[in-house]
Ligand binder design. Structure first.
Ligand SMILES: Cc1cc2nc3c(=O)[nH]c(=O)nc-3n(C[C@H](O)[C@H](O)[C@H](O)COP(=O)(O)OP(=O)(O)OC[C@H]3O[C@@H](n4cnc5c(N)ncnc54)[C@H](O)[C@@H]3O)c2cc1C
Length: 391
């Protein structure tokens, strides 16, 4: 018979799994963390953009910051520019590999037991515990805990077996990095037809440039069009593009008896930008607050764990929905309408002022609401009483 060895098993040593594992271990719980990778943080696909406020709030490591962003240019489909600047940095660019490694090391220092190079392939719920099967060095092994935390990112292979529901829709994130000296602010491009609803970014780093794109419906070619747009300026020809799916919309079921999902595994990702680190950390904190109570009560029933899912939806539900509503709308409007809005914003100080006031790097609902009012023609700042849209 299997001995119950742990209070919690965390599958996935990404930033969210490591963060939650550390919190639980700090309270004296016996925690194990599993990752299929032998080296944490290796080959992570991410642009590393994280808001400066959550960076401080979640005590993320200063050593992983590569650059600080306090201004940016937003370009419309036909390259009308809207420039934004702030007194203090509103976002940081992190070295993702370093960030993941430091968060993992912090967890291990608190006593989390690590199983790297271990792919979890199956799970089974038994009386009073949950048992996982994993593959390590060609051997299949088993281990069990009172509760299982699935933090597997955009890998949902275990969800069905665990009684969870994976997010239904995905965006496609791609990026390329190359050597180049570029001074200037962060650049964001709203891409035009046929990429409606897609956008791209150019991040100048010390001696490198990082270009990325977030496209709809697994359209993998948006980044090529973005590169064409910027190619004249950067003069590079040989580049390797990497891409991966990004969960779009949170999971409809994040908990079942003795199991919870956190981070991207629960779809805790910004629906506007595809950024998953900040929202995943918020999810991990809710999970921690609930799990430490349920562990002491020894109650890991689905009903009890649902408190975590409720807390998430109360705090983040509207953000997730409003980002999706904006994407739906932007996907319908012609590029020239976006250009018109850019021209208003540039020429009308009242609109520009309001946009700057509503801008928040981390929570987008207010700006999204204002943008929707503007697009739908309901805003009091609009000169015309007619909407730009035929509905
Ligand atoms: C191109 C691109 C750019 C992005 N840029 C940004 C950005 O700038 N800012 C931002 O906030 N977000 C960005 N994201 C999203 C961000 O990378 C993810 O949301 C974030 O990594 C989620 O963290 P996580 O800990 O939930 O999962 P992950 O970081 O994906 O970690 C999951 C871990 O689980 C392991 N794993 C999976 N299945 C198993 C298994 N069965 N057994 C054992 N181990 C397993 C994996 O090996 C992995 O290490 C980007 C994504 C892409 C694709």
């Amino acid at each position: 018979m299997l001995k119950m060895e742990f209070d919690f098993i965390v599958i996935g040593a990404g930033p969210i799994g490591s963060y939650l594992a550390r919190l639980l271990a700090s309270d004296g719980f016996r925690v194990a963390i599993f990752d299929r990778k032998k080296e944490v943080g290796k080959d992570v696909l991410c642009s590393g953009i994280i808001g400066s406020e959550p960076y401080r709030e979640f005590n993320l490591p200063e050593e992983a910051i590569i650059s600080r962003i306090s201004d940016g240019s937003l370009f419309s489909p036909s390259m009308i520019q809207f420039y934004y600047s702030h007194d203090l940095p509103f976002a940081y660019i992190a070295d993702r590999e370093k960030l993941d490694k430091i968060l993992y090391r912090r967890a291990v220092e608190k006593g989390v037991e690590a199983f790297l190079g271990s792919l979890v392939i199956d799970l089974e719920k038994e009386e009073g515990r949950v048992c996982i099967e994993y593959l390590n060095n060609g051997y299949v092994k088993k281990i069990s805990a009172r509760c299982l935390i699935i933090a597997t990112g955009a890998d949902f292979a275990l969800h069905r077996k665990a009684g969870l529901v994976a997010p239904k829709r995905f965006l496609w994130g791609s990026r390329v990095e190359f050597d180049c000296k570029l001074d200037g602010p962060l650049e964001i491009y709203i891409l035009n037809n046929p990429d409606l609803g897609s956008f791209g970014w150019v991040i100048p780093l010390e001696n490198k440039v990082r270009i990325g794109a977030l496209s709809v419906d697994h359209d993998r070619s948006a980044i090529h069009r973005l590169i064409q747009k910027t190619n004249g300026r950067f003069r590079f020809s040989d580049y390797k593009i990497e891409g991966a799916p990004i969960a779009y919309g949170d999971s409809k079921k994040m908990v079942s008896e003795r199991v919870i999902a956190v981070g991207e595994a629960a779809g805790q990702v910004k629906t506007t930008t595809g950024g998953g680190i900040h929202y995943g950390l918020i999810g991990a904190r809710f999970a921690y607050n609930v799990l430490k109570k349920t562990a002491l009560e020894d109650d890991f029933s689905e009903d009890r764990l649902l408190e975590y899912e409720r807390l998430w939806r109360i705090k983040m539900g509207q953000e997730i929905k409003s980002g999706m509503a904006l994407r739906n709308l932007v996907a319908k409007i012609p590029s020239k309408t976006v250009d018109i809005i850019f021209n208003w914003a540039r020429k009308d100080p009242a609109i520009e002022e309001k946009i700057k006031k509503q801008f928040c790097f981390d929570y987008h609902k207010n700006l999204v609401d204002f943008g929707m009012e503007l697009i739908l023609g309901r805003n009091t700042l609009r000169r015309s009483k007619f909407s730009l849209l035929p509905f």
